[in-house]
Ligand binder design. Structure first.
Ligand code: URA
Length: 413
């Protein structure tokens, strides 16, 4: 194909040429192997900002679009290990009277997906338009999988990227995220760019590049985009794996848990509330904390799960306890190793159509800054029996107590 040859020669592609490739893939005129070649070339050589903006537009136009609604505030995360923030932020906002909807994705690589987490407790996420609006009317909130009609091209490309090692491309991430947000009509968009070893974006420089690209795309479509850069060197929270993460969501919503996950969700909900209601950040923050304190955010989550046919049952999987090989303080926990271990245990898809074991995953018993003695349990593994020797490499134990870093690195408005 002429366009692929051009990509190989690192030449710029016109709108029409990009459209030929991507629409060709959507219409099955280009097969997975050829498309993988395209994605690998984009990962290697990048795209110009103009090409990325064009690609975003092609993704948007591949399906249904909703008119821009200035009061529709949406959030999206580039994906990380243990990232369950959507499941906490939405009930908080819904319990504060904000009508909020979110289209979410399935797991990508070793990072989890909100849809898989909800499906793990039987919550329906493939909603018809009627079910979508009924849920909003009844509970103020709704989380649905990306519909077949919204950016179908991104859906197909995303699934291929997941299994071909082509997830870590700034232009592909920007086009994928922004197309979905713009097509769904969001007027204000909060993007959580995860930065670190367990994230698609590994350093602050790349994160700033992605942020400015997404803000630029947003401007083209008159959308306000706020980017948060947040640390993902260590997993977010203690639980990794679908049902296990729901357990932790419930703990935060019931106000039983402090730490990074709570800090981050409070900040996100605060920003989203100020965008929606035009109140000061201080006022928004105290309202957000109030609905966690008084249990109304938890009640909202429960109400939503029930409405969508879900219920929570205890984890039912074999458990292996991993004990520390030495004494000291937990200095860091490599999220990538934890994410990959969780995937191997059965919590993620190793191939495009692999079946997930919803009960599988990892629970960190000791987290950053905790003191640990040799022989003490540092984590529990749930799921398939695997060779778990690599998990030891995830824990960096030092003699000196580490200084805790703020989970939020930067907010770009
Ligand atoms: N989330 C998306 O929707 N797309 C990406 O490419 C990465 C994270």
């Amino acid at each position: 194909m002429n366009e692929i040859d051009k990509l190989e020669r690192k030449e710029k592609l016109s709108y029409k040429e990009l459209d030929n490739i991507f629409t060709g893939y959507l219409n099955n005129k280009i097969d997975d192997d050829e498309m993988t070649k395209v994605l690998k070339l984009i990962c290697k050589n990048g795209l110009s900002n103009e090409e990325t903006i064009n690609l975003t537009d092609i993704f948007i136009k591949s399906g249904e679009t909703f008119p821009m609604n200035i009061s529709f505030v949406d959030k999206h995360s580039t994906g990380g290990v243990g990232d369950k923030t959507t499941l906490i932020v939405l009930p908080i906002l819904a319990s504060l009277g904000v009508r909020i909807s979110k289209m979410s994705g399935k797991a990508l690589g070793y990072t989890g997906g909100t849809i898989d987490k909800l499906n793990s407790i039987g919550v329906k996420t493939d909603l018809s338009k009627k079910e979508f609006y009924d849920a909003i009317d009844k509970t103020n909130m709704v989380i649905s999988s990306q519909t077949a009609d919204l950016c179908p091209m991104d859906k197909k490309v995303y699934a291929l990227r997941d299994v071909t090692g082509t997830t870590k491309s700034i232009p592909l991430i920007a086009a994928s995220i922004m197309s979905k947000k713009i097509a769904s009509g969001a007027g204000k968009i909060l993007i959580d760019i995860k930065v670190g070893k367990g994230a698609l974006i590994e350093n602050k420089k790349q994160a700033m590049e992605l942020a400015s690209l997404m803000i630029e795309i947003g401007k083209k479509y008159d959308r306000r985009v706020i980017c948060m850069l947040t640390r993902m060197d260590n997993p977010l929270g203690d639980n990794i794996g679908n049902k296990l993460e729901i357990e932790e969501v419930i703990d935060v919503l019931k106000n039983k848990k402090q730490g990074n996950l709570r800090t981050l969700t409070i900040e996100m909900a605060t920003i989203m509330y100020t965008l929606n209601k035009n109140v000061s950040k201080e006022r928004a923050k105290s309202m957000v904390e109030h609905v966690l304190d008084n249990g109304s955010a938890y009640k909202k989550f429960e109400e939503y799960v029930k409405l969508q046919g879900g219920s929570f049952e205890k984890i039912d999987a074999d458990c292996t306890e991993i004990t520390s090989l030495k004494s000291g303080y937990i200095k860091s926990i490599n999220s990538r190793i934890i994410g990959e271990t969780s995937m191997l245990l059965g919590a993620g898809r190793v191939k495009k159509n692999s079946k997930i074991n919803y009960d599988a995953g990892v629970v960190l018993i000791k987290n950053i800054g905790d003191k640990v003695k040799k022989g003490e349990v540092i984590c529990r593994l749930y799921g398939k029996s695997i060779d778990y020797n690599s998990i030891y490499k995830a824990f960096h134990i030092s003699k000196i107590k580490p200084i805790k870093k703020n989970i939020i690195m930067k907010i770009i408005d």
